[in-house]
Design a protein around this ligand. Structure first.
Ligand SMILES: C/C(=C\CNc1ncnc2c1ncn2[C@@H]1O[C@H](COP(=O)(O)O)[C@@H](O)[C@H]1O)CO
Length: 174
C-alpha cells in the first residue's frame, strides 16, 4: 500500500519522535511504500529514515521552493510547482493517509484531504495518530460539527483516530 504521511517538519521531543520512529519502522516492516513531503526535516525525516531502514520504498513529493533541501535517498522524488499542486500529488499517490503530530502545514494538508473526501472526491482511509492526545482538540471540534449538523456524513466515514502506530496501520486495512 502507498501510505501518504503528513507530519511535522520541526525537531520535537521524544514524546513525538518515538512514535514517529515506531510508525516508520512498522510501515517498512509491513511492506508499504512511504509517500511524504520529501524532506529530512523533523518528524518527516525520522519517518523516512526508519521506513527506509525497514525496507520501505520512499516516494518524496517536494516543491520547487524547498527542492534544494529535499531528502537524499528517496527512490523517487517528484518536484511540484507549488504547495497546492504538492497536496494534490500527495493525495493522488496515496492508497491511504496517515497523519502524525504536526503544525499548520500538517493541519492544512489533513483538512484538505478530509474536505475532498466529504465531497466524495476520494474514498481513501484517513487516520490520525493521536500521540499524547495531540489531536484531542481536533477530535472534539469534529465531533461537535457532527453532533450539531455541520457534517453531511458520519465522522467515522471521514477520518479515524488511532492510539498508536500499530493501530494506525491496522485501521488502513478496513
Ligand atoms: C529543510 C527544512 C524545512 C523543510 N520544510 C518542509 N519540507 C517539506 N515539506 C514541508 C516542509 N514544511 C512543511 N511541509 C509540509 O507540511 C507538513 C509539515 O508542516 P508543519 O507545519 O511542520 O506541520 C508536511 O507534511 C509537509 O508535507 C528546514 O530548513
Amino acid at each position: 500500500m502507498n501510505i501518504t504521511v503528513f507530519c511535522s517538519a520541526n525537531a520535537l521531543d521524544e514524546r513525538y519522535t518515538a512514535p514517529a520512529r515506531d510508525f516508520g519502522r512498522l510501515l517498512g516492516a509491513q511492506g508499504h511504500t512511504l509517500v511524504w513531503g520529501g524532506s529530512h526535516a523533523g518528524l518527516m525525516g525520522i519517518v523516512a529514515d526508519e521506513a527506509k531502514a525497514a525496507g520501505a520504498k520512499l516516494v518524496g513529493i517536494s516543491v520547487e521552493l524547498l527542492s534544494h533541501k529535499a531528502y537524499q535517498g528517496a527512490d523517487e522524488l517528484v518536484t511540484t510547482g507549488d504547495l497546492a499542486e504538492r497536496k494534490a500529488v500527495l493525495l493522488a499517490r496515496a492508497d491511504a493517509v496517515v497523519v502524525l503530530a504536526g503544525g499548520l502545514g500538517t493541519l492544512d494538508e489533513v483538512t484538505e484531504v478530509i474536505e475532498l473526501k466529504k465531497h466524495g472526491l476520494h474514498v481513501k482511509p484517513i487516520v490520525l495518530l493521536d500521540t499524547e492526545g495531540f489531536y484531542e482538540g481536533l477530535r472534539v471540534q469534529l465531533a461537535r460539527m457532527e453532533a450539531e449538523g455541520f457534517l453531511p456524513r458520519p465522522l467515522d466515514e471521514l477520518v479515524r483516530f488511532a492510539a498508536d502506530p500499530a493501530e494506525a496501520l491496522a485501521l488502513l486495512e478496513g
